[in-house]
Design a protein around this ligand. Structure first.
Ligand code: NI
Length: 163
């Protein structure tokens, strides 16, 4: 496992569309582990492969709630319900937070790290994280949907809701 460099605001790669993963092999599993390690090192709750410079449809999420981190290959939101207004950050935008509207509940279909089809249902923070990370796969960022004038700069000790 290794910590990879996180691509930051202004890096053109963040605007690119990621490609579907066709074969889930040891290289993909290693990348997923690296993404997790990179995210943990920055106290994030989610990260997408594009944020470590790789245009593949891969997402990891860890809410630090005792559940095993999610490793998702080719995730797609198939259903969403409701709305929540949340304060959101992103590992590619260090110390920046803004208000966004996210779905209250989402259902996501994906493959796991062994290629098995899985369905993940998330509410609240998990729904937010899933929506945020899946947006990254299409080059969409939270600043695109933030409520104007709500961007705040917050000191590093309060970064646990970075996505
Ligand atoms: Ni992000």
């Amino acid at each position: 496992m290794a910590i990879r460099e996180i691509r930051k605001d202004g890096d053109e790669i963040l605007r690119k569309k990621s490609r579907e993963v066709e074969t889930i092999d040891d290289r993909i599993r290693e990348l997923l582990d690296d993404m997790l390690e990179t995210m943990h090192a920055s106290n994030g709750v989610g990260i997408s492969a594009v944020q470590v410079g790789i245009l593949k449809r891969l997402v990891v999420i860890d809410l630090y709630d005792g559940n095993k981190p999610l490793k998702l290959v080719n995730p797609v939101i198939v259903k969403q319900k409701g709305e929540q207004e949340v304060e959101e950050g992103c590992l590619s935008f260090p110390n920046q937070f803004a208000k966004v509207i996210r779905p209250m509940e989402v259902t996501v279909k994906a493959l796991d790290e062994n290629g098995k089809k899985i369905t993940v249902k998330g509410k609240e923070l998990l729904a937010q994280a899933l929506a945020h990370e899946i947006d990254h796969l299409d080059g969409k960022l939270f600043i695109d949907i933030m409520e104007p004038g709500t961007m705040q700069y917050i000191e590093p000790e309060n970064t646990s809701s970075n996505n």
